[in-house]
Design a protein around this ligand. Structure first.
Ligand code: HIS
Length: 372
């Protein structure tokens, strides 16, 4: 009797088979090479840690999206990471508290959430990124956005676009320019999320309606944002967005959606979402944020790439690598020499093995690899 359950994977979890896994290795390496080249040092946090430390350091993190369980050994509540950024914040504030600032750290690994996100059914995702701890100013934001774009392009992404947002926009405007009562803020956010002008007016957010129209292609959207007279509350943000956009110098297509909050749980004045042509859904996100410490808050800026959709796209068109079949009794020194110059070899284990049977493109002959 076959046990069906033992060969099924739970919803939202999947294996990557050799062709896709090879693309994954290449993509992850290209991304990390770019971050490494810009001076970011890799750290390797554990998959699981105390739930409190995953959720406490940054405002707005929803631990209900995390896999949580009681540690049978310590009886304390643990969580599986759903994002590396809070772990990097913990490392920066504890073991690397004395390290010079700005501190440049990078990471690469898997993250897990209980529920999939929107249209993407995956619950486990690859995540790799960089965090610049100690700065959340224009210079930091410029560096982070441009490295994120460069890393995606190095991995093979084409037609990269960056969608800018201002995650704390409603709080900023509600403080003075367009005052809202505490109870109204959430309603205004919700109507902005659904982009419902009528709904916004109904909840007393008339002043916020023009934000719905300051979206789309960057140059025209930022002009519309400029026209909103918020008593200067937006001036420095607008100026910064313009400078970040100019610094990208045509490397990516730029759009603006100033009230977009989806996926921005803890980011502050600046946020961005990354897309690549042909890849389903966003391939990355980033922005400025604050890491809460013991009386010592720190500013930070970073990005996380989610390369799975890019891997799906690229692995479909990747050409398989050549491999040389090594017949029984082959010259082992010659095989070692071939590997040292980049060939892949597949050695016969018995007479039954053949080049065709093992999917080899070449056979090692007298004079070297011969095409099959
Ligand atoms: N970790 C965030 C993106 C980010 C990194 N640093 C700042 N923001 C995310 O995955 O959505």
């Amino acid at each position: 009797m076959t046990d069906v359950d033992s060969s099924l994977l739970p919803e939202g979890l999947e294996d990557r088979l050799p062709a896709e896994a090879a693309t994954t290795t290449r993509v992850m390496r290209s991304i990390q090479d770019v971050m490494h080249g810009h001076g970011y040092d890799r750290v390797l946090p554990p998959m699981i840690e105390f739930e409190k430390s995953l959720a406490a350091r940054m405002a707005g993190i929803q631990s209900r999206r995390m896999f949580r369980f009681t540690d049978p050994s310590s009886l304390r509540m643990m969580g599986l990471r759903s994002d590396h950024t809070p772990q990097i914040g913990r490392i920066a504030q504890t073991r690397l508290a004395e390290a010079a600032r700005p501190l440049r750290l990078m990471y690469a690994g898997q993250v897990l959430t209980i529920k999939s996100d929107g249209l993407n059914p995956a619950r486990e995702k690859l995540q790799c990124g960089a965090e610049l701890v100690g700065a959340d100013n224009l210079a930091a934001a410029t560096e982070i956005v441009s490295i994120a774009v460069e890393a995606l392009q190095a991995a093979g992404a084409r037609g990269v676009s960056v969608d800018f947002t201002l995650p704390d926009l409603v709080d900023t405007l509600a403080a003075k320019a367009f005052p809202l009562e505490a109870g109204q803020i959430e309603a205004v956010r919700r109507e902005l999320d659904t982009k419902d002008a009528g709904g916004l007016r109904d909840v007393g957010g008339e002043a916020y309606v023009p934000l719905l129209y300051a979206t789309g292609e960057f140059d025209s959207a930022i002009e519309k944002l400029c026209e909103i007279d918020a008593g200067g509350a937006l001036a420095s943000r607008i100026a910064s967005l313009r400078q970040i956009a100019a610094s990208l110098n045509g490397a990516a297509r730029l759009t603006l959606d100033p009230s977009e909050r989806h996926g921005f749980e803890y980011q502050t004045w600046f946020g961005f979402t990354l897309y690549a042509e042909g890849a389903r859904g966003p391939v990355g996100r980033g922005g400025t944020y604050r890491i809460a410490g013991n009386g010592k808050d720190e500013a930070a800026t970073g990005f996380s790439l989610y390369p799975d959709a890019l891997i799906d796209l690229l692995s479909a068109s990747e050409t398989p690598e050549d491999r040389v079949f090594l017949p029984l009794g082959h010259n082992r020194d010659e095989a070692a020499r071939l590997r040292s110059i980049g060939w892949r070899t597949v050695a016969a284990l018995s007479d039954a093995d053949s080049a065709q049977g093992l999917g080899c493109t070449h056979v090692l002959g007298k004079g070297g690899p011969e095409k099959v």
